[in-house]
Design a protein around this ligand. Structure first.
Ligand code: SAM
Length: 264
């Protein structure tokens, strides 16, 4: 009787594992909406309930287990491995991350702003490429994500290069000059909620935080998509804009980054 019950449980668990690990991800891969719904909502809720933990906490554990303290590249690899093989997460990811690396290296900014920290993956990617005196300010309005991000950034040994501020971009951008002593940003990475991109680029303009030559790099311009922002930077004579085609992090769904240079 017990043997029957145990084999029933084992069989059920194996079927669930195959369904959630392979069959459903493969089935939703053709649809950007279903892919996001599955990875970013349904599976996350299931795993949260099963493990009594959050996705950022699980990601942090993977970093602490697999990455070497003080080695940013090992932190990036640990997160990419976790997200490719265990659990998807909304980091910019390895494929678009390589484009982000190229743009950051090319701009070589003295002052940089990131909108949307999440667990600190892109923060680590950007900060590891910055010269010692450079300042990266990253904004995150979810305090639970910020707690994890601080630990990920510290594990990479980059805490002295990064100022993580907890709050909403719409409230913090107007305080950048007075409260944070920023004159202008050389580089801005937009990767927060997509309906804020257009509002915040206009806010950055109004607050005088963009200079001639400031580079803005926007993630997820196709999936989930930021059509109003794209139209603005592509049709506005104050910007020179270019699209970099890629894929939504850790999937085959099309996504890309928009690089826009502010012309003053
Ligand atoms: C896509 S995730 C960022 C991923 C991160 N840049 C990376 O690649 O590792 C978006 C994050 O932006 C945060 N966020 C969304 N809207 C925001 C806002 N208006 N101000 C500050 N943070 C925001 C969310 O809480 C979420 O953690």
């Amino acid at each position: 009787m017990w043997l029957y019950f145990l084999s029933l449980c084992g069989g059920g668990a194996a079927i669930l594992y195959v369904l959630c690990g392979w069959l459903i991800p493969a089935a939703v891969e053709g649809s950007p909406r279903l892919t996001l719904l599955w990875h970013d909502f349904i599976l996350e809720q299931i795993l949260n309930a099963l493990t009594w933990s959050t996705r950022p906490q699980r990601l942090l554990k993977a970093v602490q287990k697999k990455a070497t303290r003080g080695d940013p590249q090992s932190v990036i690899s640990a997160i990419d491995n976790f997200c490719r093989h265990k659990e998807w997460a909304m980091n910019v990811g390895d494929e678009k991350g390589a484009i982000l690396d190229c743009v950051v290296s090319e701009v070589n900014p003295s002052t940089a702003l990131e909108l949307g920290t999440y667990c600190g993956y892109s923060t680590v990617r950007i900060a590891r490429l910055l010269p010692p005196e450079t300042r990266l300010i990253t904004l995150e309005f979810n305090p639970d994500y910020a707690v994890v991000a601080r630990q990920v950034i510290a594990w990479a040994g980059l805490q002295d290069k990064v100022e993580l501020v907890v709050g909403a971009s719409g409230d913090l951008i107007p305080q950048m000059k007075q409260q944070f002593g920023v004159k202008e940003f050389d580089f801005v990475f937009l990767d927060h909620w997509k309906d804020r991109y257009l509002l915040d680029i206009k806010l950055l303009e109004e607050c005088g935080l963009l200079r001639r030559g400031t580079v803005l790099l926007a993630d997820n311009v196709i999936c989930p998509g930021t059509p109003e922002y794209l139209e603005y930077v592509r049709t506005n004579p104050r910007y020179e804009s270019r699209y970099f085609k890629s894929h939504l992090e850790y999937t085959k769904v099309e996504d890309g980054l928009e690089k826009s240079i502010f012309l003053g």
